[in-house]
Ligand binder design. Structure first.
Ligand code: BG6
Length: 479
């Protein structure tokens, strides 16, 4: 991870494909503005938006301005205007050669104004169906080439989902790999860029207190949960046929698991960290038709089929629960539960580590209570790390009661703030730090685990569940 104070990059041009879309206006433009107002963008920079619709520079700046006003806190008018003056727009269709010639003209013009070679970042904020065409056109138009081996870089930031299963992901990677070098490719999983998730890595390998216990001898089970209150709403066209497992399981939940279960990378180095994350994903025990019944639950919330653009007979899951194991020395036999759903009773992303119960029991005579410690990483909301432990109840008895030791990110010092995940994605993309981006090996290992489950989905019962509930009440823990 890069220390912000060490980064003083040369002029950088950030091109956003899909500049008028939901991701660009809801997340990217506000994140770029926050980076700008906190002094984290390069001193000289330009943002070029490209999408199908024909807008003038001014019209696009108005779109950008509105998205910033709606989403970011306490912006000052002069800072906002200064930021907007860095933005321009070019109309283009993603598979059309001429659009890229036009874009090249725009970038060459900006470069001439800077009077020097620039770094170029291309952000694909478009539906995955356009990825391949954009990769090919960027290469064909020479936009992917840096000014020279020594000056300027070009990087490409790609959103998930990266492929639809093992074979489509590999196909996409082959195209990408034939046109770009791995150091130019940044596969985004915005969960990796969440502050509290990064802290798992730092916490695990910086505290001697826990690492000796971080294995099958002391840990009974691990639960990873990504629960959302909102349903699919206006995203029916994207979501139906994709489902919860591809949408958040193949990426966000498996990346959380990787941080929890990986071996010590020894150094804060992208290659080492990504290699360890990939290695643990490669050790996930494959699910097959004999084990599926005991390891998989899928569900769909009632009313999902009435969502606009969703098939009235849809069999797409909006909920899954998976019990899995990691076949390596550290974790043999420890169950990991992955669970996610839409339209549930709470918004909560967290990881709970259940330590094994004490073997002896210092309990009042006649009672039996084996005590258990639970370490919780609350990723959002109310980011915190807490430990449940047992202490003597004050008073004359020798009873025990559960207590909590915790650190909350809400108590950070005055003046500091938690950066949004997309700020971190963009900041690291510009800084060239790939630690928080998925490598080709990680993406491939994640699909290797997920694809057989997707193939088994058809024969896995789809349990209906009420909106606002905890999802289907099928317990895998006893199996
Ligand atoms: C996205 C999924 O990747 O992550 C969405 O496509 C999901 O369906 C979202 O709602 C959750 O992200 P966050 O940052 O809002 O927790």
């Amino acid at each position: 991870m890069v220390n912000s104070t060490e980064v003083t990059p040369p002029p950088t041009i950030i091109t956003i494909f899909g500049a008028t879309g939901d991701l660009a206006t809801r997340k990217l433009i506000p994140a770029l503005f926050d980076l700008f107002q906190n002094g984290y963008l390069p001193f000289s920079f330009k943002i070029v938006g490209m999408s199908r619709r024909g807008f003038s520079h001014e019209e696009y700046r108005d779109i950008a301005k509105n998205s910033i006003i709606e989403r970011t806190a306490s912006q000052k008018e002069d800072i906002l205007e200064e930021f907007l003056s860095h933005i321009s727009y070019t109309q283009g269709t993603f598979d059309d050669k001429e659009s890229y010639e036009r874009l090249k003209g725009v970038l060459d013009h900006e470069e001439r104004l800077f009077g020097q070679c620039t770094n170029k970042l291309f952000y694909l904020a478009v539906p995955p169906a356009y990825y391949k065409g954009i990769f090919e056109q960027l290469a064909a138009s020479d936009l992917s080439k840096p000014c020279s081996d020594e000056t300027g870089w070009t990087r490409i930031l790609v959103e998930k989902p990266f492929g639809n299963d093992v074979s489509t992901a590999q196909e996409l990677d082959q195209v990408l790999g034939s046109l770009f070098k791995e150091e130019q490719i940044f596969r985004i999983d915005h969960y990796l860029a969440k502050e509290a998730l990064q802290d798992i890595l730092m916490f695990r390998f910086s505290n001697t207190l826990f690492e000796p216990l971080w294995n099958k001898d002391y840990i009974e089970r691990v639960e990873l949960t990504l629960s959302e209150k909102k349903g699919v709403d206006s995203r029916g066209a994207f979501y139906d046929g994709i489902g919860a497992l591809r949408d958040v399981g193949q990426n966000h939940l498996l990346q959380m698991l990787a941080f929890i279960a990986m071996e010590d990378p020894i150094e804060l180095d992208a290659l080492r960290i990504r290699t360890e994350r990939a290695r643990v994903l490669e050790s996930l025990r494959p699910v097959n038709s004999d084990t599926a019944g005991a390891l998989l639950v899928r569900g769909q919330y009632e009313g999902y089929k009435e969502t606009p653009s969703v098939d009235a007979a849809s069999q797409t899951e909006t909920f899954f629960r998976i019990k899995t194991f990691i076949d390596n020395d550290r974790w043999q036999g420890v169950p990991f539960y992955l669970e996610s759903g839409k339209a549930l009773d709470e918004d909560k992303t967290e990881i709970k580590i259940y330590f094994k119960k004490t073997t002896s029991c210092l309990c009042p005579p006649g009672t039996e209570h084996h005590h258990q410690n639970i370490l919780t990483f609350r990723i959002q909301p109310d980011e915190k790390i807490s430990i449940l432990f047992w202490a003597k109840k004050p008073g004359l008895s020798l009873d025990l009661e559960p207590k909590e030791l915790s650190f909350s990110y809400r108590n950070i010092p005055e003046g500091s703030r938690l950066a949004d995940a997309y700020e971190k994605v963009l900041f690291d993309g510009i800084a060239g730090d790939q630690i928080l981006f998925a490598s080709t090996e990680e993406v491939s290992a994640a699909w290797q685990f997920i694809t057989p489950i997707l193939e088994l989905w058809e024969n896995t019962p789809l349990h209906p569940y009420a909106q606002g509930s905890k999802g289907p009440q099928v317990d895998l823990s006893s199996i």
